[in-house]
Each structure stands twice: as structure tokens, then as C-alpha cells.
Write a protein that binds this ligand. Sequence first.
Ligand code: AMP
Length: 250
Amino acid sequence: MKLLVPIKRVVDFNVKVRVKPDGSGIDIANVKMSMNPFDEIAVEEAVRLKEKNIATEIVVVSCGTANCQETLRTALAIGADRAILIDTNADLQPLAVAKLLKAIVAKEQPQLVILGKQAIDDDANQTGQMLAALLDWPQATFASKLDVANGVATVKREVDGGLETLEIKLPAIVTTDLRLNEPRYATLPNIMKAKKKPLETLTPEALGVDVTPHLVTLKVVEPPKRRGGGKVADVAELVAKLRNEAKVIP
Ligand code: AMP
């Protein structure tokens, strides 16, 4: 069984993002970039399926600039077999990524696509769902446990009221939640081996996909600065402050 794992290069989760002075977006110049954390979980899950002899091949794909090669190499070092870069400088929105992934699915014919539930930069939480719709495949989002056997994926997902278990027929789409697994670190020997693994480069044009954005970002602003807290002596002072200063109680 072949697995496809789309991975996005995003601003590292430890970096405090800065908004560009003109409010047109986030400043990513000279900022540490890493694999989207939910995609690391997706790669880890794929590698575990291969270690259990359920999967035979793991293909990772990233859409973006040539720098995404670095992210793809990280996935290869964790245990993926082969990588595809869809090389573009375009501003890619989730629908464009889903269309590119649909073209890769047509080319690679995977049985299961495991994506992150959301990218921590745009927080869109759309690509997996859009891909499932474009392919007309079943989907199970926010997976916290995944079992695959006899052409069926059994997925536990965290919902508001507890855990829901779904059975979906392959081929299918699964998106990962935080508790699915704890990704391993790539070891030095595996980082060295990853340099020799195949990495193919394609373009949206070669795949016949139009990636023109459909949405316009009007403005990005920093969240308001938090004001420092203070201590109150007793409940009476707290109530007085809530009433007279914060004006949140009558
Ligand atoms: P989003 O819908 O943007 O929150 O992203 C959800 C998931 O879609 C990510 O965790 C990735 O698995 C995948 N994805 C989004 N953008 C890209 C991209 N540019 N290249 C590869 N995969 C992507």
C-alpha cells in the first residue's frame, strides 16, 4: 500500500511571528522555518504503518519554493522513501494546494493520504477536506488513532463530546491531530541516508493546475498588547475593580 504525505514548510512554532510594517502579511525574511508540526505527526504515522508492514512506500510532497527541499529531506530522514517538490513562488491557498495534490494522487495512485489537520501559519484547516471533496474520497479528520487493515482505515477522532470512531474505505484521506503519536527525531545516519533518496521536482504548469489565488488578504494586524495584571487585597476590591474599572459587572 502506497501512502502520500503532504508536508508544508512553515515558520517554526518557536518563532514569535512579526507582522510586516505595511500590514500585508507576516515577515518571513530570516526566520527559522520547519515542517508543520501536524505534518511531522503524519510522516511519523506513515513510517509506523511501514514498520508494521502495512504500508510499502511513503511518498512525501511539498508545494512551495525550492527551500521546501530542506523540509522534504527532513521527512526522508524520518523514514519517507521518496519526495516530490511542486516548485512555485506563487502564494498558494488551500484550494490551490488541494488541486495540486489531486494531480499528484492521479499520478501516484496512493491508497491513503495523511495530511496535517492544519498548517500553523494560515490555520486554514481546509486542504485535507478540499482534497477529499475533489477526489470524492471518504475522509476522517483530526485522527488521534489510526488502524489500517483489509482495505479499511479505522480512525478515532477527538470531538467535543469525547471520542468518535469512524471506519472509512480506502482510498481515503486522514488528517492528524496532536495526540496521534509523538514524532521521532531523525538520527544523523538517517539524515545522511536521506540525502541520497530520490527527490523529483514538478511545477503547477506541468501538472496542468491553475494556482491563482481566489482570496485577497486585506490586512494582517498584531493582537492587542496584553496589559499587565495586578493583585487585589480581597474580594471586595476585586468586585469594585470589575465594576468601576473594567465595567464588566453592573
Ligand atoms: P491548511 O489547510 O493550510 O491548514 O493545511 C492542512 C494540511 O494540508 C497541512 O498540514 C499539510 O499536510 C497540507 N498542506 C497545506 N499546504 C501545503 C503545501 N504548500 N504543501 C504541502 N502540503 C500542504
